[in-house]
Design a protein around this ligand. Structure first.
Ligand SMILES: Cc1cc2nc3c(=O)[nH]c(=O)nc-3n(C[C@H](O)[C@H](O)[C@H](O)COP(=O)(O)OP(=O)(O)OC[C@H]3O[C@@H](n4cnc5c(N)ncnc54)[C@H](O)[C@@H]3O)c2cc1C
Length: 427
């Protein structure tokens, strides 16, 4: 007996490794390199399609707490992320290539995992499947899921940020430093009021790509920079170009985050964009220090699909219709690298438990992960948007505690609950 995992992204890689860890054979289906998505560039497993940051490590930040929970539950993807981490202030930033290469090796060298390259257009309902094909799931498979599961799928548009080479930057106009921490993790490009005005005008007048079914359904947490600019002259100064967090006063600051251990590539933080490539060169070269920037990757815009988990999924991440079909990762309506990874872990663990005839686990709600899964599977919304970990999702009873104490109490409770869950998973 074996389990099929469809999609070798973050969720699928974690699921496959967890299932193999339980001594069960896995067929891991991945359509790349035969068919690439609009965002993936390689055939590597767990490719990070945009930023190389997995977000905060601070436990008082919901995504930091989620990471702690995932780490304690034995996430193999996070283990690799820590191994290849780069300086990133309070965030877990990784060397994307080394990270994905190591995960690919772990998968390819695992005797329990058989890799099957090629697009899956339909899945067998009489076998155990974990579907983790992500926000860029191919349309034929999405159609097959709709037919078999009787589900609705939703979508939104978002965009990725450009990457430039360090050697093409004029570092004399930039400085190293991080907002809020005493580290030199970012390259910062300060702008005067005049420079900001010139940049703003060029940005809002620049030509954009407009896909044929583009109808401006953006995900609020990942808005293209030009969409932020359109909301008002100063809106970027309250978003990605905020000048706060440094001792000296600036009008606006663009931050560039290191991309690799070799320190040769930098990503423009928060510069997701749908501008044409020619316009990106023209407009982003107006940023001080980027006048001659070489673009290693341009920003771009994508349609992201996800399922209405509140209609079709149980808290075990099984579908209501077929208990042997699991959905995890961004496709199940969570948003973010860590969120995708850790739902892959739960779906993988539960798929293995189903095969072994063990009772499936639901993550306790007094944890960030449990709160997140509860939200995606039980919210009453007609059109839910993908959800990141956040403290607004935690059970109602915590809101009677004052805000500062609330997090502390919840973090302590989460530690205890995750410990118990870990024991069940490993028994
Ligand atoms: C353009 C873009 C930028 C993003 N940027 C960020 C970011 O900066 N930070 C962040 O936290 N999150 C980001 N996200 C959101 C999300 O965290 C990532 O999409 C994450 O990679 C989701 O993990 P996943 O495993 O669910 O899907 P993926 O990592 O996308 O993996 C899905 C895999 O399934 C494969 N696949 C698809 N269809 C089929 C099929 N029919 N048959 C076989 N294989 C198939 C794909 O090739 C892919 O390898 C971004 C998403 C997108 C689309």
């Amino acid at each position: 007996m074996k389990i099929n995992v469809i999609g070798g992204g973050l969720a699928g890689s974690e699921a496959a490794l967890q299932i193999a860890r339980q001594g069960i054979d896995v067929f891991l289906y991945e359509m790349r390199p035969q068919r690439l998505t609009e965002a993936h560039k390689t055939s590597l497993f767990a490719e990070l399609v945009c930023s190389n940051s997995l977000g905060s490590l601070d436990m008082k930040d919901a995504r930091g707490l989620l990471k702690e929970e995932a780490k304690n539950l034995g996430s193999l993807i996070l283990q690799v992320a820590f191994k290849y981490s780069l300086p990133g202030g309070k965030a877990l930033v990784v060397d994307r290539e080394k990270f994905s290469k190591e995960i690919t090796k772990l998968i390819e060298d695992n005797p329990r995992i058989k890799v099957k390259r090629g697009e899956v257009t339909n899945f067998p309902v009489d076998e155990i499947n974990v579907i983790t094909t992500g926000p860029l799931t191919s349309s034929d498979l999405l159609y097959d899921m709709k037919e078999k599961l009787g589900m609705t799928s939703l979508y939104f548009f978002d965009a990725i940020s450009p990457i430039v080479t360090k050697e093409s930057l004029d570092l004399s106009k930039m400085f190293y430093g991080a907002r809020y921490t005493e580290t030199n993790d970012y390259l910062n490009s300060p702008m005067t009021e005049e420079e900001y005005k010139t940049f703003y005008n060029a940005l809002i007048n620049a030509e954009k790509h407009t896909p044929h079914d583009f109808d401006k359904v953006f995900f609020e947490a990942c808005l293209p920079v030009e969409e932020i600019a359109k909301r008002g002259f100063d809106s970027m100064r309250f978003g990605p170009l905020t000048p706060v967090g440094f001792n000296k006063k600036y009008h606006a600051i663009v931050q560039l985050r290191r991309e690799n251990i070799e320190d040769t590539l930098y990503e423009l933080v928060g510069f997701q964009t749908s501008l044409t490539y020619a316009e990106q060169k023209k407009v982003f070269r107006l940023i001080p220090g980027l006048e001659n920037a070489d673009f290693e990757r341009f920003g771009s815009i994508h349609k992201n699909s996800y399922v209405k988990s509140n209609e079709i999924l149980l808290s075990t991440l099984q579908t209501k219709k077929f208990k042997n079909i699991f959905i995890a990762g961004q496709l199940c309506g969570v948003e973010g690298y860590t969120e995708s990874t850790v739902t892959g872990l739960i779906a993988g663990v539960n798929a293995a438990r189903l095969l072994k005839d063990k009772e499936l686990v639901s993550v306790p709600q007094d944890t960030m992960l449990g709160s997140l899964i509860k939200f995606i599977t039980q919210n009453q919304l007609q059109n839910p948007q993908p959800m990141r970990a956040n403290f607004g999702l935690i059970p109602q009873e915590y809101f009677s505690i004052n805000k500062i104490k609330r997090k502390e109490v919840f973090i302590e409770k989460s530690k205890a609950e995750i410990e118990k869950l870990k024991e069940i998973i490993n028994e």
